[in-house]
Design a protein around this ligand. Structure first.
Ligand code: PEP
Ligand code: MN
Length: 335
């Protein structure tokens, strides 16, 4: 729409788009509003071109990429996602930190105290854990959600936790400020669609073998159902290299910042699997343009029930935050 287009103009466009059997998504930017017309291609999309004759329309522009609503073109200034009062995608680097899994009231409380003191903005912790082995610790489930919510409230930290099963959505939404879709569910399209019907912020992790375009198409599943609150998380991919748990694909960060308006965060904990590599790769991620970090921090990593080797002790996390600040500032961000 033209920058001076009014609400009546926008409404008239939406009506016309729906008459043509497309869905109209209204995307309000700082400079202008974009009406994204999404639907199955039926060879009649040329009809959309006629919208150019309506009042307030600047131009009709086909988005050539496979992902439409996620495309940078629809919001060139980038999206900012609010998670319980914390903004992801603004000038500030958002740090989400906490243990791989919630293990006890004491453990999540100690983790919350430590990450808050070091300057983290959000608390993470898994209650439903996607473990490779069915015999490994599966998480505290609903009891864990309660403990996470309480620890977050006590320390004024919005919380993020993984959702695995669509049946748990109502329960998890009640306790968490943001829902994480793990790497193993990155292309679970029925889960993504269900999350798209909510308005909860979603932290969508990249699958271990999903290409960047496939990753953005997964985000498109959520957006196309009406939930615009999606944050992407690069967490490493499987390659021939086995020296590290995964290969953290930092190319993906500046590339995704070009291709999409969605904020991009990086998880160097799962990306490397080795605690001593977490800080250097966190610095590199921010230097490469990441909007935030997801860092596993455990009060006592050697006793952790999952992912012990990659979790940072509180003192090391505090060191990371201290060294991150000048790096963030060097690339025009704050911490
Ligand atoms: C996690 O964040 O604890 C997790 C299981 O990550 P991923 O899905 O990236 O393996
Ligand atoms: Mn983990």
């Amino acid at each position: 729409m033209k920058s001076h287009a009014n609400e009546d103009d926008i409404e008239a466009v939406v009506r016309k788009v729906e008459q043509l059997d497309y869905h109209a998504h209204i995307i309000r930017g700082i400079e202008r509003t974009v009406v994204a017309c999404v639907g199955e291609e039926r060879g009649e999309s040329h009809q959309l071109q006629h919208l150019e004759s309506l009042s307030g329309v600047e131009r009709v522009m086909p988005v050539v990429r496979a992902f439409k609503l996620a495309s940078r073109e629809v919001r060139p200034e980038g999206s900012r996602i609010d998670v319980g009062g914390v903004t992801i995608g603004g000038k500030q680097i958002t740090v989400m930190a906490g243990p791989c899994a919630i293990e006890s009231a004491e453990q999540i409380e100690n983790a919350a105290v430590a990450v808050k003191r070091a300057g983290a903005h959000m608390l993470r912790g898994g209650a439903f854990k996607p473990r490779t082995s069915p015999y490994a610790f599966q998480g505290m489930e609903n009891a864990g959600l309660e403990l996470l919510e309480q620890a977050g409230r006590r320390h004024k930290l919005p919380v993020v936790t993984e959702i695995m099963d669509p049946h748990d959505i109502d329960e998890v939404i009640e306790h968490a400020d943001m829902l994480q879709v793990g790497a193993r569910n990155a292309q679970n399209f029925s889960l993504l669609r269900r999350l798209g019907k909510t308005k909860k912020p979603i932290l969508l992790k990249r699958g271990m073998s999903t290409r960047i375009e496939e990753f953005l198409m997964a985000a498109e599943y959520i957006l196309s159902e009406g939930n615009p609150n999606v944050v992407l998380c690069e967490r490493g991919i499987r390659t021939f290299e086995t020296a590290t748990r995964n290969t953290l694909d930092l190319n993906a960060v500046p590339l995704m910042k070009e291709w999409t308006h969605l904020p991009v965060v990086v998880d160097p904990s799962h990306g490397t699997g080795i605690w001593s590599l977490v800080t250097p790769m966190a610095l590199a991620a921010v230097a490469a343009g990441a909007d935030g970090l997801l860092i596993e921090v455990h009060p006592n990593p050697s006793a952790a029930l999952s992912d012990g080797p990659q979790q940072l002790k509180p003192s090391r996390f505090a060191d990371l935050m201290a060294i991150l600040k000048p790096v963030a500032e060097a690339v025009g961000r704050t911490l």
